[in-house]
Design a protein around this ligand. Structure first.
Ligand SMILES: NC(=O)c1ccc[n+]([C@@H]2O[C@H](COP(=O)([O-])OP(=O)(O)OC[C@H]3O[C@@H](n4cnc5c(N)ncnc54)[C@H](OP(=O)(O)O)[C@@H]3O)[C@@H](O)[C@H]2O)c1
Length: 253
């Protein structure tokens, strides 16, 4: 029970990495605020947590909207009286080279992936400081660190998350807030599946990427959730402003 009596917000918790992490945080004793834009899948996450006798509730939130994010924190405080952990994880990927990326696609990607993290931190930090401290974990991507075909807006948004996380860690360390980033490689989630399905030859693309991994496989959502749990717990008490790459060695060669 590494998160006993903690209150955690997990964004993008209706699917993939967020859903698995929400379940893991709840299993470790946290009350989990399951945040997603999609009601049906997020409620499934909540149901699966409650069925095990653990605590979760759903807040429909568009992370790109400041008013939604302000309400997310306010409702969390109203229900639980505090906020200990924020996992800014919701994200989208529009895979295109820059010359084919429209202004609307650029704005949508940056607004959800990067501005969503800005809103989450902006509204959570005062609550965390009031409560004597807190922990922020942001999901970046290995594409914040290396190039891959046709990921202009996505990689820019993820690079921004790494820099923003470092800045928050620096500015709020004296308030007992720690902020870190996880940069996943390919993780088998609906997002990854949609990406490969959209390729001309999905099997060839999957092999192309799998071959670039020294471990010759993609990751599972639980392999990210376990790192998020480590960063959310006292096990990482002297770690802040860092990026943990969880990517099977993708970037080492
Ligand atoms: N899977 C990978 O290979 C991989 C690799 C590196 C980094 N990541 C990052 O990991 C994070 C989670 O990805 P995932 O693979 O778990 O993706 P996923 O399965 O698509 O889950 C993302 C969740 O976020 C939700 N969401 C999208 N836009 C939102 C918004 N504006 N407000 C609130 N929720 C929103 C999605 O809802 P909808 O389904 O309705 O869109 C979905 O439920 C993302 O930040 C992603 O960039 C993933």
């Amino acid at each position: 029970m590494k998160l006993k009596n903690k209150v955690a917000i997990v964004t993008g918790a209706g699917s993939g990495i967020g859903r698995t992490t929400a379940r893991m945080f709840a299993a470790e004793g946290a009350s989990v605020v399951v945040v997603d834009i999609e009601k049906k899948t997020a409620e499934e996450t909540v149901d699966s947590i409650r069925k095990r006798g653990q605590d979760a509730f759903f807040l429909r939130t568009d992370v790109s909207k400041g008013s939604d994010m302000e309400a997310m924190v306010a409702q969390t405080i109203q229900k639980y009286g505090k906020l200990d952990i924020l996992f800014n994880n919701a994200g989208i990927d529009i895979a295109k080279p820059i010359v084919e990326t429209t202004e609307a696609e650029w704005d949508r990607t940056l607004n959800i992936n990067l501005k969503g993290v800005f809103w989450g931190c902006k509204f959570s930090l005062p609550a965390m400081m009031d409560g004597g401290g807190g922990i922020i974990i942001n999901t970046a991507s290995i594409l914040a660190h290396v190039a891959s075909p046709n990921q202009a807006a996505y990689s820019a948004s993820k690079g921004g998350i790494v820099a923003l996380t470092r800045q928050i860690a620096y500015d709020y360390a004296s308030y007992n807030v720690r902020a870190n980033c996880i940069s996943p490689g390919d993780i088998m989630t609906p997002m990854a599946k949609n990406f490969f399905d959209s390729c001309e030859d999905p099997e060839e693309r999957m092999k192309f990427f799998t071959d670039r991994y020294p471990m010759k496989r993609f990751g599972e959502p639980s392999e990210i959730a376990r790192v998020a749990l480590f960063l959310a717990s006292d096990d990482s008490s002297f770690i802040t402003g860092q990026v943990i790459k969880v990517e099977g060695g993708f970037s080492i060669w």
